[in-house]
Design a protein around this ligand. Sequence first.
Ligand code: ROI
Length: 175
Amino acid sequence: MLSDIAYIGLGSNLGAPVKQLEQALGAIGQHSQMTLVSHSHFYSSLPMGPQDQPDYVNAVCKIKTSMQPQELLATLQIIENQQGRERLGDRWGPRTLDLDILLYNDLVLKTKHLTLPHYGMQEREFVLVPLFELSPDLTMQDGRPLANWVAKCNLEGLYRINPKVSSLTTSASVT
Ligand code: ROI
């Protein structure tokens, strides 16, 4: 049963970022234990961290899944690897594809490899804005509406770059 809901953050700034995100959404949609409920527009964003790297393309998608968080994480890492991700140990460096679990139901979790909700969300406009686009009524773990978090973030350098890709958009995408 695909009864658990998760939000995934997608990011890329190497190797044709828009294609990377489109391909990742395709892989997520085709996986037997996930369905793609909806995805946000794609956004161009200034790099967080070292500035001597290309701008990023970011988006968020909402999925239904039958996988537990650890298994979902491993599956997303397989998709990252299939798309040429090299793990160079540079946490803040450029990347072909990053897939982060942002939220998994209302779960709060802290393990060595996975923190839920995603630890950096509050400071990341490139996560909050596309998430808000998908689910404007979300309440965050501190009890505040997502809208408050969005209102506090710096939107400089963040802009929508394309219309939704219709082939990836499901009937449930207008949420
Ligand atoms: N900066 C932006 N704008 N978007 C990202 O997805 C992103 N991912 C990262 C770091 C290096 C923190 N910077 C980023 O991992």
